[in-house]
Structure formats: C-alpha cells, structure tokens
Design a protein around this ligand. Structure first.
Ligand code: GRG
Length: 311
C-alpha cells in the first residue's frame, strides 16, 4: 500500500513538470512580450495554474499505459519532449483548465487549490476564464504537433481528448454535478455523473497513452476496463478524502462537498462501504491488467497510489 508515489512515478512527475514548462512557454514569451503586458500576464496566470503543484495523475496514466503496451516508448525525451510527453501534457492541460473553471464563483467558488490561492483569486475572474480556454486549446494543439506519431494517431488522440472533455464527457458531468446540488441521488446516478466528470478524462489519458504506443484492440479493451475501474476509484477516494481530511493536507478546501450540499459516495453509501468500494475497484482494475505482465508495473503503482493517497 503506498500513500506516496514510488521513485519511478516521481521521476515521471518530474519529466512531466519539465515538459509542461517547455510546452506551455515554447516560443511564447517573445510573442507575449511583443503583444504587451496583458498577454504576458495571461501567460503568467496560465503557468501559475498549470505548473504549481498537482499530483499529475493523468499524465502518469498516459506514460504508464504507453509503457504497458511498449516499454521503449518512455526511452526518449530526456532533453527535448518526445511525442509521449506532448500527450501527457495535453491531458494535464485539460485537467488544469477544468480545475481553474471549477473553482470560479459561478461553479464551486473556491479560494484554495493545490495549496495556493485559486487562479481567479491570484489574478482575476476574466483572466481565469481565459486561462482555462487557452489551456484547453493548447492541449489539442499539442496533440496535433506531437512528434514521432503518425497523422492518423494524432487525429485519434485529438478525438479521444476532445470527446472526453466535451458535452458527452467532463463538461456534461459538470452539468449533472451542478444539477445534483441539494438532491439525493442513487448510486447509479452518482456513478454516471462521475464517469463523465472525472472518469472520462482518466479513461482518455489511459487510452491516449496506449494509442500513442500502438496498442492492439485487445490491449485497448483491457486498458479501458482498467481505466473505468480506477477512474471510479479515484472519485470514491476523492469523496472519502473530502469528508475525512483537512484543507492543509489536501491543498484545497476540505468538506467542500458537504458545504455545497453535493451528493457523494460517502453521503450515499457511508464511509465504510465507500472504503470497501474503493478497494473492490482497485482489485477490479488490477485484474484487468493481468495479460500485460511486468510491463504494467507502473499502472499498478498508480492504481495503488490513487486508492491509498492522502491528498
Ligand atoms: C466552465 C466551460 C466550463 C467547463 C467546466 C469545471 C469543468 C468544466 C469540469 C469540472 C471537472 C472537474 C473539476 C472534476 C473534478 C475532478 C477532480 C476530483 C479533480 C481533482 O483532481 P486531482 O486530485 O488534482 O488529480 P491535482 O491537483 O492533484 O491535479
């Protein structure tokens, strides 16, 4: 059981952090400086939202899924970001955008994120909206530019990420979430909401890593099963942490779901059943990886970390 990422995962987090800085800023600082102080500020706000803190779960899933299919896919990229880094960063950019918008007054209205003031507090609301819009667009641009990948693969990657982020994915789930405030919903309805709001991007991160590494249909199917189970486990654990931890440990407001009258796995199932559910989903996720043998070691470590993390 691991509450912190293993050394291998920490190295991939570092790799992703370096790539994020390069791929957000590449060629942009001169461009922004020429365009004036407002654009410079927007780039600063984008870097603030993207590069400060965060567990990097989605990029880790991209790297680990690629490694499960083709371990050599992680070999390059020590200096210049490789194709897989572009894909990992695209997943993180969409995630970071969703957090910036989720924290806005019209959404959850939060002041704290990743242990720092939320982007609209550190900058202003209009800037935070533009940061989200810009990060989402940049993510798709990265997929179209990803080196070493064929045009067909890039197109499939764009399709996967755009679908996961959109009306039938994360944004659709957010709409259900907003509508569920003050409502008591059954666990099936809760599952549908989270499959879209949180699960779709997690599923796409795994699928994109596999796609970039040239997965067969059979491998992709097994990884979808893994992703569905671990995506739901991620949300169950997020609800448990929201109910049981504190804001300093989480780096975001603890107890937010209860304060906002949102139904959660804890409010719907109770704490103990929610904990059992998370462990059951972890077992399901690990079972889906059986055919991969040792090449899925990183995916197993991430799954364990997702379920046993403290923040
Ligand atoms: C307003 C146009 C518009 C769109 C809104 C806000 C939004 C789209 C969707 C919300 C999706 C969302 C924020 C889901 C929450 C998922 C979740 C549990 C996030 C926390 O993820 P972690 O724990 O965070 O991986 P770190 O900070 O570690 O990256």
């Amino acid at each position: 059981m691991s509450t912190e990422p293993s050394t291998a995962l920490a190295e991939l987090q570092d790799r992703c952090n370096a790539a994020l800085v390069g791929l957000l800023g590449h060629g942009n600082s001169e461009f922004a400086a020429e365009a004036g102080p407002h654009l410079v500020r927007l780039f600063e706000a984008s870097a603030y939202a993207l590069t400060r803190g965060g567990k990097r779960v989605r990029p880790l899933l991209v790297y680990a899924a690629a490694a499960a299919v083709r371990p050599a896919s992680l070999d390059a990229g020590e200096h210049d970001p490789a194709g897989i880094d572009y894909v990992a960063c695209a997943a993180e950019m969409v995630h970071a955008y969703s957090l910036v918008h989720d924290d806005l007054p019209a959404m959850d209205d939060d002041d704290l994120r990743r242990g720092q003031p939320t982007t609209h507090k550190a900058f202003d609301e209009a800037t935070a909206i533009l940061v989200g819009d810009g990060l989402q667009a940049r993510a798709l641009e990265l997929l179209t530019d990803a080196p070493e990948l064929s045009a067909e693969t890039r197109l499939e990657l764009v399709r996967s990420l755009a679908a996961a982020a959109g009306l039938r994915g994360m944004v659709g789930g957010q709409a259900i979430d907003i509508g569920a405030v003050d409502q008591s919903i059954d666990s099936n309805h809760l599952e549908t909401m989270h499959a879209l709001k949180t699960g779709a991007l997690i599923r796409s991160s795994v699928a994109m890593g596999a796609l970039a590494a040239g997965a067969s249909d059979e491998q992709q199917g097994a990884l979808d099963d893994f992703a569905d189970a671990i995506g739901l486990a991620f949300q169950v654990c997020d609800d448990i942490l929201d109910a049981t931890s504190d804001s300093e440990t989480l780096g975001k407001r603890a107890g937010a779901d209860q304060a906002l009258h949102k139904p959660t796995y804890v409010s719907t199932l109770g704490l103990e059943v929610a904990r059992d559910k998370a462990e059951g989903l972890l077992a399901e996720a690990l079972a889906a990886l059986e055919s991969f043998g040792d090449s899925a070691a990183l995916l197993r470590e991430i799954a364990d970390f997702i379920v046993h993390r403290q923040r």
